[in-house]
Design a protein around this ligand. Sequence first.
Ligand SMILES: NC(=O)c1ccc[n+]([C@@H]2O[C@H](COP(=O)([O-])OP(=O)(O)OC[C@H]3O[C@@H](n4cnc5c(N)ncnc54)[C@H](OP(=O)(O)O)[C@@H]3O)[C@@H](O)[C@H]2O)c1
Length: 263
Amino acid sequence: MNILDHCTVLITGASAGLGMEFARQLAPKAATMVLVARRIERLEILKHELERPGLEIHCRQCDLSERTELEELIQWLAGAGLKLNFLINNAGLGDRGRFEASEWERVQSMLDVNIAALTRLTHALLPTLKGQAGAAILNVSSVASLFPIPKLAVYAATKAYVTSFSEAIRAELRGTGVRVTTLCPGPVSTEFGQVAERADEPDSVKPPDSLRVSAQQVVAEALQAVAKDRARVIPGWRVALLAGLVAAVPIAFLRCGLNRRGR
Ligand SMILES: NC(=O)c1ccc[n+]([C@@H]2O[C@H](COP(=O)([O-])OP(=O)(O)OC[C@H]3O[C@@H](n4cnc5c(N)ncnc54)[C@H](OP(=O)(O)O)[C@@H]3O)[C@@H](O)[C@H]2O)c1
């Protein structure tokens, strides 16, 4: 049986980009969806778009960088008695530019949303996931997690955490019925780029357009990978090839490129 059929899924960051696309692609097969983000009005509009008989949709406003709001969400989930069997930790944000010139609030938000909230939700929801016949966690990381990236230093490091954490708990959870997949997209046209852009540093290095993959393709490949219990998915053959090539480069050579990008 496909684990996605009649699933009860929680999607963080469902108000835009990949999260919204996850909701759209899962709506025809899911039984229950919990959509989480700060922009509740967007979640409500998405709910109206996706509503169909047999599908229950809950919209929850939550700033995942606020510990009290995150704990309230966890309490609500416990009280709602939902038999959650699919967790998509998708919400995240970036920051392009030199680390020394970064605004601390933005850095703190990346640490809180990309790392702390993802880890806390996984920890809090694991007992529920383990109680289901088959369950899955999909953690949205990035190809940026696979090597250090100057001018995306903190973002890439937060995603390195996500990839490492996800692979480790996947191994811990073998045999429990909970599968863990890490999604490592390359560049995707969403609101991510605008959010990550600094007003005072607009010329920072951007990825080439030839590496862009659509949100539809990223999500379709990710859901396929979950269904097949794959450990990791890098959507788009060009991005996957490039990631493989860079991984094969000895760190001493890689540093030459990093130093150039860091200037
Ligand atoms: N786009 C890319 O090129 C790319 C590449 C690799 C990996 N990724 C990863 O893919 C994931 C989705 O990004 P995206 O491209 O879809 O970006 P996006 O269009 O900017 O969407 C980000 C989502 O995260 C939510 N979010 C951000 N901060 C939040 C907070 N404090 N509390 C709750 N929700 C918050 C946003 O909702 P609200 O603003 O409404 O709260 C929004 O729904 C991220 O983890 C990102 O790192 C993206």
